[in-house]
Design a protein around this ligand. Structure first.
Ligand SMILES: Cc1cc2nc3c(=O)[nH]c(=O)nc-3n(C[C@H](O)[C@H](O)[C@H](O)COP(=O)(O)O)c2cc1C
Length: 170
C-alpha cells in the first residue's frame, strides 16, 4: 500500500493515544524485530524533530539497537482489535526465540529512508536515526519512580532518534 509523507507532529494525538493502549511497535535491527513500547516522547531537540524511546538492557531489541541505532515506530489504528492482539504478542515474546513477525501475524514493509522495515498493518509510521543515547541512572532518579519501575534494576537506555520522516497510508 502506498504511503504519503506527513508532518511528524500532525499525528501526535494518535501516537499518544495508541502509546497508552495497546502500545506502539518499535522495529529495529536489519530484520526489524518488533517490540511493543508504551513509553516515549515526540518533540523538538537540537532544532530537529525527535522520537525518543526507552528500551531495557534485558530486551533482545537492546542489542539490535546497539548494533544499528536506526529504528521505526509503527502506530496501530485505533480500535483495530487484531493489531491490539499483535501488539500484546510482541510485548510478551522475544525475538531471541524466533521470528516475531510470523508469531504475531504481521507483515513487514521495507523502510523508506532507512534499512529497517516497518509494520504494514499500521496506518502511520516514523523512521528515525540515532542522535544520542543515555542511560537512566538510579542515583539521579526520583526515589518513587526507582522503586516502582526498577525494583530489579534493568534500567532503560534512551535512544533519541531524529525523525527522518513520518508517513501515513495514502
Ligand atoms: C504495553 C507494553 C508496553 C511495553 N513498553 C516497553 C518499553 O517502553 N520498553 C521496553 O524495554 N519494554 C517494553 N515492553 C516489554 C517488551 O515489549 C517485551 O519485553 C518484549 O517481549 C521484548 O521483546 P524483544 O526481546 O524481542 O526485544 C512493553 C510491553 C507491553 C505489553
Amino acid at each position: 500500500m502506498s504511503r504519503v509523507a506527513i508532518d511528524p507532529f500532525e499525528s501526535l494525538p494518535q501516537v499518544m493515544q495508541q502509546m497508552k493502549r495497546p502500545g506502539l511497535l518499535l522495529t529495529c535491527g536489519k530484520e526489524g524485530n518488533p517490540i511493543t513500547i508504551g513509553w516515549g516522547n515526540v518533540g523538538v531537540i537540537w532544532g530537529k524533530p525527535v522520537f525518543s524511546v526507552l528500551v531495557r538492557p534485558s530486551r533482545y531489541s537492546f542489542g539490535l539497537l546497539e548494533e544499528n541505532g536506526d529504528f521505526s515506530v509503527s502506530i496501530p489504528e485505533a480500535g483495530d482489535s487484531a493489531m491490539a492482539k499483535a501488539v500484546a504478542w510482541c510485548g510478551s515474546h522475544s525475538g531471541r526465540d524466533g521470528d516475531k513477525w510470523a508469531g504475531a501475524g504481521i507483515s513487514k514493509e521495507p523502510g523508506i529512508t532507512i534499512d529497517i522495515p516497518y509494520v504494514a498493518e499500521c496506518p502511520i509510521h516514523y523512521e528515525c536515526r540515532r542522535l544520542h543515547v543515555n542511560d537512566i541512572k538510579e542515583t539521579t532518579l526520583d526515589r518513587n519512580v526507582a522503586t516502582t519501575h526498577y525494583p530489579d534494576g534493568d534500567l532503560h537506555r534512551v535512544w533519541w532518534g531524529e525523525i527522518l520522516g513520518a508517513w501515513k497510508v495514502g
